[in-house]
Every structure is written in structure tokens, then in C-alpha cells.
Design a binder for this molecule. Structure first.
Ligand code: IVH
Length: 692
């Protein structure tokens, strides 16, 4: 029977004594770390995913039975610590550079000739180059001290990025520890964080099912994920990492070529692109290597937008130096975006959440850049006319980064002239309401916001999405059914649904119906900023909703605010103010908001700042604590609550920013690190004293 192995693991884990469990944990942790490394770094897994999951599960069970057995290096800690309140600046000791571009073989030859000119008499006949895939993600700087990961930051402007350590620790490809000979006391390792294509596409499927907006491309998704405040979000997403350069190194002698340096960090456990990096002699060999890589491009498990060519010898690199933000000794060759031909089978019309009607190209399925596509956006009528698209035409489509391709042009053929031009609808394809064309705009719009099923579906999906009212279980398919069966004709109808209504739908059992009704009921209490964002007012997204809510403190004050008062809110311009006013001035929209309130949606006021808020006189206030080991009388979580109640902060790892380490029995690496960094170490009694 399926799942028997899991039951076995559970039974076994629950039967161990504390001592046996301790022994088992000591074996499981290094074993899981090893498999992690085999999978993410060496790409030679020894066990299948299921076996890994079972070992992981076993460790989780043991740790939950005996929380003091959780080791600092336990893989279970990589599921994300506490959210950080904001992203803080991260200063790069050596700047993170960007690269200039080349688009042709001749530009590469020019590059090589330029370098030889600068190197002068010392120039070799053939310069040795490293040729590497240019990964399409986000640059990340990792800092290791004595082999231990201490921080990670984004590139930012090259000198100062953002501290994303909390998210970096959830990326399994990034080792918490390096191991091996000759580890430096400090090393900065740079590389790319990115989504493999399959993981990215799977994640997007899950997002659409949940009613969240899919990401347009893996690069935006990676950037958005790394900048999340809550590391649990990053932990759920399949980000990975490959290292491609070093920053500063202290306390170790590194080899004299880029290739050997990358091999060295690879041997310490850093994931590097062993499979595709090439070291070659002379620019013609570079051009061949780039062509070879270009041929593999379609079959790679991740997207690359080019190849990076670097002078391999570090002494030569030094001699060549930099121009402003990029090194003279490296260049990025950009591949043209993948392009294929396919047939335009039809032009459909899609009605968006705000009623905009956009033409969509329906294509004969085609594989382009590792993804099968059958739709392309056409933006608006003007574009269709400009391209002179006709159903039945063969079209060239191009995909540069984004999942959804662009139609670039029609491939001329004899039949084109006799095919009819695309007809644009006079009435909404969803509700038959006459469409309008806003003055000076190329966009057609269905003005029937409150009863056009397409707009209602989109509004309900958005309302329930995680960023808005966060109604668990209200996925895309379910919303479609609710609207199509007429159970939900406007958003507020969600709050009149009953378990009985829901059980009439496909694949909806009593238990899931009850759960959904509970989730809907819970959403009534969402705070003002979310509830305001959930209304889906055009131009009023999450951050605008937050600014407006925090400025006015109540929904009634927002409804009553004049355009001038709205514009006074930081971040609100006249366009946004106009949209807010237009929304609340529309009697049917206002009636819908009032109905939501009558049905129990709270739109709770935000209290004015409290005069008796804790002042900063506790010695704990404003200080950063890390807790480690077993405290004699308190659970770590209780200690954490006490510190936070007194205005202090508790983080998961020791850094230069830590003010105190509270250490209990069996404190391990965190204690060692605090001692090393000179962070004061106190015990439970010391903490209680500080707390008074
Ligand atoms: S080397 C001085 N190597 O491309 C060295 N960069 O414009 C600078 N990138 O921000 C970077 N793959 O995010 C290097 N194999 C690779 C790369 C790579 C992708 C990105 C990187 C950087 C951008 C350069």
C-alpha cells in the first residue's frame, strides 16, 4: 500500500528513547546534508526524492519530539526563520561589477584585439579564456567566515545591495558550511540565484490554481523571491544557485587562474557549473565554445541569455583593470532570443479584471526556448493591424525571458492576401455589453464591471488571493465554477455561501466545503490595508492600499476623502486619487462595499499611534538577541516572546549586528561564532535580570 513506508518511519521515530533519538539525529543530519550536496552541487544523487523525503520526515519527527536535539546545522532549519521587519543595506567590500555586451563574433574578435593591445609586449599569442553560460537570474554575494555562511546580499548598485541572508539560508544549493583544505578566514563568493525552468513552470501552475498571478519570467520571480521579508515564502520556492566569481579573500592563498579558483570553491562544496564552463585558448576557440553552448541552449534545464567570456589569468585581469562599472577583461555575449515559426490558429479576446479587452493569439503549439507555448499576447488592436495578422498566417514568435512569447512578424505566403482581417468585437465577448474605446487609447473596454462574468471571475479570484483576503482553498477552478453556476454574481456573494451550496459543485466533499466556508469567514477579519487592496480598485495595489489605509486609519475616512486629501498621501498621485474617487463615487461599487460590511467584512480601523506604547527604557529595547542551546527553565520560544515584549528583537543567526547571545546548555556553533565576533554571551539568569 502506498504510504506504508511513511507509516513505518513514523512508528519507528515515535518508539525511540531520547538517547536512541539523539544517536539517530547525529546520523541523519550529516546524511541529509550529504544527499543535499550530491543532489544540488554534484548533480549525482544517490537516492531518489522519496527516500530523501522520508529521511527528512524522520528527522522532523525526532526533532519535534525532542526539540533540544535540533542541531544548528539541521536541514529542517532551512525552511525559513522569522520574517525580517525590512531589508537592510548590505555593503560589498569589493564592488559587484556588470559586464559590457557583444552581439557578434566580430565584436568578440575586437574585444580580444583590444586586450592584446593593452597587454602589449606581455600579451600571449592566444589569451586563455573561460567561457560560461550567462545565467538569467539575479547576482548574489555570499560571505563565508571560516567556512561558515554568515551573510548574503543582492548586488544593488554594485557597492550596496540588500541583505537577504534570511532567504539565502532557505536555498538548498547554498551550503551553510564549506569544508576542505585551506579554507580562508573570510571569502566572498558571487554567483547567480535562479529558477530552473521546470520548477518555475510548476510553481506558476500552483500559483494560478491558487488564484495568484503567475510570474512572467524566472528572473523576476527570482528577484521577487529574494526580496521577500518572510523567508518561508522563499523556502517554498525551488530557487537554486551557481557560483561564478570571487570577491575578496582573506587568510588564504588562492590559485592564480579563474578556472582554478572556481574549481577550488567547488571542491569546498560550492555549486559551480562544472558541466558547461569551458577553459579555452584564443578567441576563435571562444567563438566555437559559444556556438556549442548555443546549440545546447534549448535543452538546458534553465534559461541562459548569453555566454560570459573571462580572461582566465588573474595577473592579466589585474593588468587589464576596469572601466567604470565593468571589467575590461570580461564580456557578455548575448544570444538572440529564441524564435520559431508556427501557425496562427485564431485570435481570441480576453476580458481582464478591469474590463480591458485584449486580443490573444492562439497558436499551433510550438517549442521555443525550452517551453511549449500556444498563446501569445497581442496587446491591442493597433498591434494586430500593424503586424497585419490574419488567421491561418504563419507567424514568427520570439520568447526573450518571458514565458509568453511575442509575435514578431507574419511570414509572407501566397494565401495571406485572401485571408480576412481580424474583426474586433463590438460587444463584450463575455457579457455582450457594448464595448467602449477610451479616448486616445488603443484599448477596448467592457464597462460592465459588476456583472460581466469575466470581470466578476477575475475580481473574485483577486479578492481571495494571498495578497488580498488570503482565502485558503479558493482556487481559480473553484471561482470559475462559483461564477459559472451563478452562486457568486459579485464578490460579496462569497459571504452568503453555505456548505450546502458548495457541496453541489464538482469534486467538493462536505469536509472541503466546511473548510472553505471557515476560510471565507476568517477572511472577514483581514486588516484595513488588505481589505482595501482586495477591492481591486484600478491602480490601487498592495502598497498604495497600505499607504492610504495608514494615512486615513478607517474606511469611512477614505470614502469621505476628497481628491486633494487623497493626493496628500505619500505615494498617491492624481491618477490614483482619481481612480479611488471614481470607485467610491460609483453608486453600485459603493453599494457593494456596504454589502460586504453588512455581511461581516470588518475593514477594521487602524488605531492612532498609542501614547502609552512601551518606551525604550528596558535595557532589552532595540537590542538584537540570538538564543541557542537549552535554557534551564524556559523554552526558547518563551524567552523569545519575553524579549520581544520588552522591545527587543530575536534573530536566528549570530552576526556582527547581534547584541547578545543567550546561551544554554549544549550551545554549539553559535556560541563559537559569538565568541569569535566578540558578541557578549549571557545565560538565562542574565537575560532575566535584563528583563527585570
Ligand atoms: S561574472 C566581473 N559570470 O551577468 C564579473 N556573471 O552583467 C561579473 N551573470 O550581474 C560577473 N552568469 O548576474 C558572471 N557566469 C557568469 C554569469 C554572470 C550570469 C550575470 C551576473 C551579472 C551579470 C553581468
Amino acid at each position: 500500500m502506498y504510504g506504508q513506508d511513511a507509516d513505518q518511519v513514523r512508528k519507528q521515530a515515535m518508539s525511540l528513547t531520547r538517547e536512541q533519538a539523539a544517536q539517530r539525529v547525529e546520523k541523519l543530519v550529516p546524511e541529509l546534508i550529504r544527499h543535499n550536496r550530491l543532489y544540488h552541487v554534484e548533480a549525482t544523487p544517490e537516492i531518489d526524492d522519496r527516500s530523501y523525503d522520508l529521511l527528512y520526515r524522520e528527522l522532523e519527527l525526532l526533532e519535534s519530539r525532542f526539540p533540544d536535539l535540533v542541531r544548528d546545522d539541521s536541514p529542517t532549519l532551512r525552511v525559513g526563520d522569522e520574517p525580517v521587519p525590512e531589508l537592510t543595506p548590505f555593503a560589498h567590500r569589493t564592488p559587484m561589477l556588470s559586464l559590457s555586451n557583444a552581439f557578434s563574433a566580430d565584436e568578440l574578435r575586437d574585444f580580444d584585439a583590444r586586450l592584446k593591445r593593452i597587454l602589449g609586449d606581455g600579451a600571449p599569442e592566444h589569451i586563455t579564456y573561460s567561457v560560461e553560460p550567462k545565467l538569467d537570474g539575479l547576482a548574489l554575494n555570499l560571505v563565508y567566515e571560516h567556512g561558515e555562511l554568515i551573510a548574503g546580499g543582492t548586488r544593488g548598485d554594485g557597492s550596496i545591495g540588500e541583505d537577504v541572508t534570511h532567504n539565502v539560508r532557505t536555498i538548498r544549493a547554498i551550503p551553510e558550511r564549506l569544508a576542505g583544505e585551506g579554507l580562508p578566514s573570510r571569502i566572498s563568493i558571487r554567483g547567480e540565484v535562479f529558477f530552473p525552468l521546470d520548477g518555475f513552470l510548476r510553481m506558476n501552475d500552483i500559483r494560478s490554481q491558487r488564484g495568484d498571478k503567475p510570474f512572467e519570467n524566472p528572473r523576476n520571480a527570482a528577484a521577487g523571491t529574494l526580496r521577500q521579508l518572510d523567508p518561508r515564502v522563499a523556502a517554498e520556492r525551488p530557487l537554486t544557485f551557481l557560483a561564478y566569481a570571487l570577491g575578496e579573500v582573506e587568510g588564504a592563498l588562492m590559485p592564480g587562474t579563474h578556472t582554478a579558483q572556481i574549481a577550488t570553491v567547488g571542491a569546498w562544496g560550492m555549486p559551480v557549473n562544472h558541466a558547461l564552463n569551458r577553459t579555452v585558448e584564443g578567441i576563435e576557440a571562444v567563438i566555437d565554445a559559444i556556438a556549442e553552448l548555443g546549440e545546447k541552449r534549448e535543452t538546458l534545464p534553465y534559461e541562459i541569455d548569453g555566454a560570459v567570456v573571462k580572461v582566465d589569468n588573474l595577473a592579466q585581469q589585474d593588468e587589464l583593470g576596469f572601466v567604470t562599472r565593468s571589467p575590461r577583461w570580461a564580456i557578455a555575449f548575448k544570444y538572440p532570443p529564441p524564435r520559431v515559426h508556427t501557425v496562427l490558429e485564431n485570435v481570441g479576446f480576453q476580458v481582464g479584471r478591469t474590463g480591458a479587452i485584449t486580443p490573444v493569439a492562439w497558436l499551433a503549439p510550438a517549442r521555443v526556448g525550452g517551453v511549449t507555448v500556444s498563446r501569445a499576447t497581442l496587446h491591442n488592436e493597433d498591434q494586430v493591424r500593424r503586424l497585419d495578422l490574419r488567421v491561418g498566417d504563419t507567424v514568427a514568435i520570439e520568447r526573450s525571458g518571458d514565458v509568453i512569447p511575442k509575435v514578431v512578424h507574419v511570414v509572407p505566403d501566397e494565401g495571406h492576401a485572401s485571408r480576412p482581417e481580424v474583426a474586433f468585437p463590438e460587444t463584450c465577448p463575455e457579457c455582450d455589453h457594448p464595448v467602449v474605446r477610451e479616448e486616445g487609447q488603443a484599448v477596448l473596454r467592457c464597462p460592465n464591471a459588476l456583472s460581466c462574468p469575466a470581470q466578476v471571475r477575475a475580481a473574485v479570484r483577486f479578492f481571495g488571493s494571498r495578497r488580498a483576503m488570503d482565502i485558503d482553498g479558493l482556487g481559480e477552478k473553484l471561482v470559475d465554477q462559483l461564477v459559472d453556476t451563478g452562486l457568486v454574481k459579485r464578490v460579496s456573494d462569497l459571504y452568503t455561501l453555505t456548505v450546502h451550496d458548495l457541496t453541489m459543485l464538482d469534486r467538493m466533499g462536505k469536509r472541503s466545503a466546511e473548510k472553505l466556508i471557515e476560510a471565507i469567514a476568517r477572511s472577514k477579519e483581514r486588516n484595513l490595508e488588505r481589505a482595501l487592496a482586495a477591492l481591486g480598485i484600478p491602480e490601487v495595489g498592495e502598497s498604495t492600499a497600505r499607504d492610504v489605509a495608514r494615512h486615513f486609519h478607517s474606511l469611512d475616512a477614505i470614502i469621505a476623502a476628497s481628491e486633494e486629501e487623497l493626493v496628500a498621501v505619500e505615494g498617491v498621485g492624481s491618477i490614483v486619487a482619481g481612480k479611488l474617487r471614481a470607485f467610491f463615487d460609483d453608486p453600485s461599487q459603493l453599494a457593494e462595499v456596504q454589502r460586504l460590511r453588512e455581511l461581516g467584512v470588518a475593514f477594521p480601523d487602524i488605531p492612532e499611534p498609542d501614547a502609552d506604547a512601551p518606551t525604550g527604557d528596558s535595557p532589552v529595547a532595540g537590542k538584537v538577541f540570538v538564543l541557542t542551546g537549552t535554557l534551564p527553565t524556559m523554552a526558547r520560544n518563551d524567552a523569545k516572546k519575553l524579549i520581544e515584549a520588552a522591545g527587543g528583537k530575536v534573530t536566528g543567526s549570530v552576526s556582527a549586528k547581534t547584541d547578545f547571545l543567550v546561551a544554554g546548555e549544549a550551545a554549539g556553533s553559535k556560541l563559537a561564532k559569538a565568541t569569535k565576533l566578540g558578541v557578549p554571551v549571557i545565560d538565562e539568569a542574565g537575560l532575566l535580570q535584563m528583563l527585570g
